[in-house]
Structures are given as structure tokens and as C-alpha cells.
Design a protein around this ligand. Sequence first.
Ligand SMILES: Nc1nc2c(ncn2[C@@H]2O[C@H](COP(=O)(O)OP(=O)(O)OP(=O)(O)O)[C@@H](O)[C@H]2O)c(=O)[nH]1
Ligand SMILES: [Mg+2]
Length: 455
Amino acid sequence: MEDDTIAAIATPIGEGGISIVRISGPKAFEIADQIFQPDSGHPKPSEAPTHTVHHGRAVEDQQVLDEVMLIVMRAPRTYTTQDTVEITTHGGMLVSSRVLELALKQQARLARPGEFTRRAFMNGRIDLTQAEAVADIIRARTDSALAAASAQMQGRLLDEINALYERLTQTLAHIEAHLDFPDEDLKPDDRARILAELEEASRAVDRLILTAREGKILREGIRTAIVGKPNVGKSSLLNLLLGQDRAIVSETPGTTRDTIEELATVSGIPLRIIDTAGIRSSKEAVEEEGIRRSQKALDQAELALLVVDGSEKLTPEDRGLIERCRSRPFIVVINKIDIRQAFDKAYLGGLLSTAISTKTGAGLEDLKRTIAAHVWQGKTYESYHEVFVNMRHRESLALCKHHLFETAKGLQRKNSFELVAVDLRNALEALAEVTGQTVDEDVLDKIFSTFCIGK
Ligand SMILES: Nc1nc2c(ncn2[C@@H]2O[C@H](COP(=O)(O)OP(=O)(O)OP(=O)(O)O)[C@@H](O)[C@H]2O)c(=O)[nH]1
Ligand SMILES: [Mg+2]
């Protein structure tokens, strides 16, 4: 248990209705007594019952700083499991900072990023996957990302890992039962049963590893570049997907000079859309630089939307762009279908394509469906209330899988039970990294450093 008391502002700094200063640790109430003056006849924080709200004033040297509400939460039923006080002040840049300073002048220390959540983890109230889910919830930009984060927060991943851990511990016990009789060989039945158990565990690990792809998409979004020749309607497409006039649209080719990045949600998928300058050969320095950036955006894109003008014949430039796109997933968006078409679709052959008018909005649903089908690879949005592992989980799971494989190999080769047990223990340890049962301090530092202060 951490024995110092930490404090921080838990709300974003800036103008707003209220701000909250959070204080947690053994001296939380002692500190609150010093800075909070309850209404007359009401108890001071250290004497108030748990989970109660109190009206009063934040005071410094008898001077009233603000009229505040104070919540008393006694250990262990608190976010950190330690004594906790939350002081709600008026919003704005100053009041909460002043109240925080008061707490720091008493015996509180400024909390590091994520330190409240880290305490919740260290004190065993939540596991590491739930702590990570807290950050995912805060960062979620789409309903599907939130649903997945919330499932993880509720312990869905933890439960799966625990069940797996439990089963493998039993398998280990079966193997260890033979340690005392090293010269006796396993009965063929026993060997087959243990191998089957390992096989099943390995499949379960695989299933989790496979969710990492969607997990990354939900957490980070997909880098999506809109590319094409000048004037085909790239910026119009960005605006349509965003539902707002973000980029300048004009009939002059070469309107967009610099890349623009915005987040849009398409069928529950966070797309980090980058509108780019139209690609053509140019002698003009600014445009040339813009085109260089377009090419860079395309190179870094995980998905490209290649826009072509349906009212024109496909040009060598279009063909060149199609070739450039081939090294990544891309969708050809045939734009301007509201006017006479001259485009020869046959050239596209088996390429993924969809027709649209960014002017009338016709074909937008089709485009969204095409994107979603491509990204979720046939699964539906509704199924996205499950857990999706992150990159850290995936690494540990891959390690676990490797050790499971070694365990099975050892058994098949009739290695000593001693060695086989070592492999299986390694597999268990890798699994335990996911939930943080065994985890390095460095890893914790890395995870919690990405949190905000006050969380
Ligand atoms: N008829 C019709 N015109 C469109 C459509 N989409 C875009 N336009 C017009 O095409 C012109 C170019 O549109 P932009 O969105 O600026 O094209 P862009 O690809 O971003 O062009 P650059 O930034 O210059 O590369 C504008 O005059 C638009 O009004 C469409 O679906 N139908
Ligand atoms: Mg443009």
C-alpha cells in the first residue's frame, strides 16, 4: 500500500461548470479538514460518514476561496481503495488550481498521470486489463470503441484470461504429479489428454490474438488517405464523410495544397481521414510540396480511397495512381455520378470500387458499407461488444503460445517432466502478464504515463 496521499485536478483545465479536485491516501481526511469549512453544525470531513456529500467553503487563512461540495469516501470502497475526498469547485482556470495548491501545502503530493488508477490496480481492486480499459474509455471516439472498452472494464478479458490460467494450472498439476516418478513413462491416454488440453488452450490464445487487429482499429482508428488527380472531388468526399464543410472545394484544380487530417466515424469505425492535394506533375513549388505530402500520406495509409471523376475517361494519371495504390488496401471511388458518365468501369476489373456523387450524396451508404465490409472483414458492427486485445496483450499472448508449443513438443519428444513443467510455467507467466499478475515496473510506468493526471 502506498502510504503517501496524492492530489490532482480530475477535470480538464479550462472554462466549465465545475472542476473536481481529488485527494486520495491515508491523510485525505486530515488534509480536507484543513482546507474545508463545513456549514455550521455539520461534521468536518474526518468525522463525516462514508459516501456522503457536504456543502461548505474552501478556505485559506480564514479567507474563502470558493463555495464547494465535498464528497467523503472511506477505504476500501473507493476508486483507489484508499480514503478519498473529492472537492467540487466552480469551473475555470483558477479556483480548482487554488484548492489543489491548498492540498499540496498540507501533506498531499501532486499525483502522477494515472496514479489514482495505478493505486486501484496495485491495491487489487482492478487488474491491468481493466486499468487499461479506463484509458480506452476516456479515449473512445466511437460507440463501438466505447462498447469494447466497457466490456473490458467489466472484466470480460480478465475472465477469459483467468479461465485459461485456471485450466493450464490444472494441466501443470497433472504433469507435476509425475515429477516424483521420473522413470515412469506417461500412460498414452494421459499424454493424449494433456496434449489435447494444451491444444485447446493454444486455440483459445489464438482466438484472442486474432482480436488484436480489430482492437487496434477501435483504439487508434484507420489511417485513410483520400487520393486522386486534381478536381475529382477529394475534398468534397472528406466533407461528405465528416458531415461538415471542413475543406475548401472549388472548380479550380489544385485547390487543396496541404494535407488535412480529420476523424470521421463510418459504421462504427474511426477513420483518420487525410484529404490530400491532387496528384499531377507540377512545376510550382508549393503545389509540388503538397503533392510530395500527398504521396507520403498515401505511403503511410492503411486504407486509400482513390477518387476518380466518373464524367471523364480514365487518364494515364488515374492508371498510374491505381498502380501506386496496389501495395495497400484501397477502394476506387467513382465520383460525380450525378452527371453524364464517360468512365470505363471495365478497366477496374476485380478492384473494389463504388460509385458516388458527393454533390447529391447518392451512393454514400454504399461507400460506407464497402468500407465497413472491408475493415471488419464480413463481421457486423453488432458483434463488437466483445473484448479486443491491445498490442501489449498480444505480445504476451504470443509468448504464451510459443511456450505452449514448446510444452507440447517436449511431451511428444518425451523430454523429462521437469523440463516440460518449466515450459508450461513459462506459458502461465506470459498469460499472467496480461492481467498484470506478474509485470515489470517499467511496463506499468509505460502504461500509466499515457493516462491523464487526476485519473
Ligand atoms: N457534378 C458534380 N460535381 C462535383 C462532385 N463532387 C465534386 N464536384 C465538383 O468538382 C470540383 C472539385 O471538387 P473538390 O472537392 O475541390 O476536388 P478535389 O479533388 O479536392 O480537388 P483538388 O483539391 O484541387 O485536388 C468542385 O467544383 C466540386 O463542386 C459531384 O459529385 N458531382
Ligand atoms: Mg481538394
